[in-house]
Design a binder for this molecule. Structure first.
Ligand code: NAD
Length: 263
């Protein structure tokens, strides 16, 4: 299938590793030039070089902290300025502080809100004029299975990520006549560096093997395994493509059957 992405320009937030990087790599493989960001200059530069080497596309690294409005605006302006246009925005960030409701402090919420909710609003605000100018656009928000089914120990995610779904749906309705689609990805457990670090940590604390810690996650997934980040990258590339022109306002689970909800 030709996804029709050759020559498009994409911006992927929080892409020095993990799911953001997988999304960036998939888009570059399909022929997009890219700007990617993360907080650490050296890491984002290295990631950009590696993706460029793997795919032969231009990948511009930008150091930006997604909790800061001015960094988000600079990220978007550097991307649009470098390529002269912008078509695709993938909104991603690090995960908010974990915990049950009564474990979370005011400081946790003050950290979570800019990272998880305001970053999505600000990225959309900054990118929209460029998508409108291009006359064609895609916004894709990476969230979590928590928008379908809350997780007891991730209350910040349960509260704030549904706000991103509300944002995406509002934008989708408003922008459908303008040839801009807006969709949400509700991912389950993927074996990223972050998930591996969490498993290594649990294994060390509990004195168990890494494989045993990972098996606990796998056991809860009907498919019996964790996702490969490349599978998420492929979904993002499809949603970004010409072929997905009639999909907008959707929240699409990619979780091996994890969320046990009907809709
Ligand atoms: P990760 O920790 O491996 O990667 C996160 C990326 O975000 C890194 O590139 C990091 O540098 C960047 N980042 C973090 N905070 C940032 C900030 N303030 N500004 C700029 N960049 C920042 O995480 P991941 O596993 O790839 O997950 C990505 C997102 O998806 C997270 O929000 C996570 O909670 C969510 N999620 C992940 C899974 C999973 O199984 N991996 C499941 C559901 C939801």
């Amino acid at each position: 299938m030709d996804l029709g992405l050759q020559g498009k320009v994409a911006l992927v937030a929080a892409a020095s590793r993990g799911l953001g990087r997988a999304a960036a790599t998939a888009l570059a493989r399909e022929g997009c030039d890219l700007a990617i960001c993360s907080r650490d200059e050296e890491r984002v530069r290295r990631a950009a070089e590696e993706i460029a080497q793997q795919t032969g596309r231009t990948v511009v690294p930008v150091r930006a902290d997604l909790t800061r409005r001015e960094d988000i605006e600079r990220f978007v302006e550097e991307a649009a300025g470098r390529f002269g246009r912008l078509h695709i925005v993938v909104c991603n960030a690090g995960g908010p502080p974990a915990g049950r409701f009564d474990e979370l402090t005011e400081a946790d919420w003050q950290r979570a809100i800019p990272l998880t909710l305001l970053s999505a609003i600000r990225l959309a605000q900054a990118a929209l004029p460029h998508l409108r100018k291009a006359g064609w656009g895609r916004m894709i928000f990476l969230t979590s299975v928590t928008v379908k089914q809350p997780i007891d120990t991730l209350v910040t995610s349960n509260v704030l990520r549904p706000g991103v779904v509300g944002l995406a749906k509002s934008l989708a309705l408003q922008l459908a006549p303008e040839n801009i689609t807006v969709n949400v990805v509700a991912q389950g457990y993927f074996l990223t560096e972050r998930l591996r670090e969490l498993a290594e940590d649990a294994a060390r604390r509990e004195g168990i093997e890494l494989s045993a810690a990972l098996e606990r996650w796998e056991a809860g997934v009907p498919a019996g395994r964790l996702g490969d980040p490349e599978e998420l990258g492929d979904l993002v590339a499809f949603l970004a493509s010409e072929r997905a022109s009639y999909i907008t306002g959707a929240t699409i689970p990619i979780d091996g059957g994890l969320a046990r909800c009907l809709m």
